[in-house]
Design a binder for this molecule. Structure first.
Ligand code: ARG
Length: 448
């Protein structure tokens, strides 16, 4: 039973938060006259000593004492004697663990955002340098229309910036302190919940004692934000895997982030993006695990909830390490601009431009689409790129197709014509870069 029930091997990670919470609690008990000032002083000094012993690893944690909370209190009793029994006045491990977990998450969110900031910065740095590189944009993994590589990097930047907002937003709901809710129904003692909440950096005490010990949706929300982030990292990774294949040949991963095959001497495998893609499953699994743990639990605390910590810790660690290594891998990869440019130079990618030319001449888009469809079939049958069809041939499909094919089918011309908001033209990309730089600076200032 002891082995089965113990959580100290993983919840020891909460020791700093546990000691901080206990010190704030002891101070509050003294302020309220529940403890003598001198008693609280001795408790606090004892707790600080336990903290030092945990810091330097000299305190052996006992699984028979179940969790970090009981281990700390037990060691405190060895140091200060029976007085330690007064620390738990007006408190339960239920409000204690809920407080510790919130304190921990409140510290972790800015760290995750910091790692995310570095990857966003890498994307913007590349976008700044690679504005002249053109590649095909894809739908259905089929070449569709040319875009600037900068525009592509900034597309991922957008998704990651929304992730950052999600973390920021989730943190806003981690600001109510459970401490004082007791086991589930508070205490008959005159606790000062406002004071203890403020001392621990929360905005206010939580509003309902049952909810305080039952709620884990802040952890769910963090896991959901981490899962969505990992899906984005996985999609970036999948592209890096594809792009580094011989079939695409768009990029080469730095040697530091690839491995050879133990069998095939010629192989260079994109291990980093593959592992990031793989680890996305783990983080989504953590979210599902906690969702299912909570589903069907009656109010308020239930022991099932001890299962919240391992997936949460693992998801935070996994996402942080993925962010760090992906930032380094993207920063150091080499782009094959020629391969990208060649892939983007197929005039077929500008068939839509041709249809839009006809729209400008007054044709309905559906009609224009059909005309260009016939031109495309003709070119394919003749084995010619669109740019090699003669002006007369083009005119034979519609008199309005009176264009100079050589200049019309230039990817650069097409890009510059797409200067609408959010488009891939140089000017719009430069504007997007400017906003991105300002956003990065704001996040950096906020996290400092
Ligand atoms: N180890 C427990 C957890 O992580 C702490 C709270 C235990 N409460 C209790 N009444 N047994 O959830």
């Amino acid at each position: 039973m002891e082995r089965f029930s113990a959580s100290v091997h993983f919840d020891q990670r909460l020791w700093r938060q546990d000691i901080r919470g206990s010190i704030a609690h002891a101070r509050m008990l003294a302020r309220q006259g529940i403890l003598e000032k001198e008693e609280a002083e001795r408790l606090i000094q004892g707790l600080e000593q336990v903290g030092r012993e945990l810091e330097d690893g000299s305190l052996a944690l006992d699984p028979a004492l179940e969790d970090i909370h009981t281990n700390v209190e037990w060691r405190l009793a060895e140091i200060v004697g029976p007085l330690a029994g007064k620390l738990h006045t007006g408190r339960s491990r239920n409000d204690q663990v809920a407080t510790d977990l919130l304190l921990w998450m409140r510290e972790q969110v800015p760290l995750v955002r910091g790692a995310l900031l570095e990857l966003r910065q890498v994307l913007v740095d590349r976008a700044e340098r690679e504005i002249d590189i053109i590649l095909p944009g894809y739908t259905h993994l089929q070449r569709a229309q040319p875009v600037r590589l900068s525009h592509h990097w900034l597309a991922h930047y957008e998704a990651l910036s929304r992730d950052d907002q999600r973390f920021h937003d989730a943190q806003r709901r981690m600001c109510f302190a459970p401490l004082g809710a007791g086991a589930l129904a508070g205490s008959t003692l005159p606790l000062d919940r406002e004071g203890v909440a403020r001392e621990l950096g929360f905005d206010a005490p939580s509003r309902n004692s049952l909810d305080s010990v039952a709620a884990r949706d802040a952890a769910l929300e963090l896991l959901a934000a981490l899962s969505i982030l990992m899906i984005h990292l996985s999609r970036i990774s999948e592209e890096l895997v594809l792009w580094s294949s011989t079939e695409f040949g768009f990029i080469e991963m730095d040697e530091a982030f690839a491995t050879g095959s133990s069998l095939m001497p010629q192989k260079k495998n994109p291990d980093v993006p593959e592992l990031v893609r793989g680890k996305a499953g783990r983080v989504v699994g953590a979210l599902v695990s906690l969702l299912v743990t909570l589903k069907g639990l009656p109010l308020s605390y239930n022991r099932d909830m001890q299962e919240d910590k391992e997936p949460l810790f693992d998801a935070v660690d996994t996402a942080t390490s993925c962010l760090e290594i992906l930032a380094a891998a993207v920063r150091t990869l080499r782009v094959n601009a020629l391969a990208m440019g060649t892939a983007a130079s197929d005039p077929m990618l500008l068939a839509t431009d041709l249809a839009e030319h006809l729209v400008r001449q007054g044709l309905a888009f559906r009609e224009a689409h059909q005309v260009v469809g016939r031109v495309v079939v003709h070119a394919l049958e003749a084995g010619l790129p669109l740019s090699k069809l003669s002006r007369d041939t083009l005119r034979s499909f519609d008199p309005s197709l009176d264009i100079d094919p050589a200049s019309f089918f230039s990817p650069e011309r097409s890009l510059e014509a797409r200067a609408m908001v959010g488009g891939p033209a140089r000017e719009t990309v430069e504007q997007a870069l400017e906003s991105a730089r300002a956003e990065l600076q704001a996040t950096r200032a906020e996290l400092r």
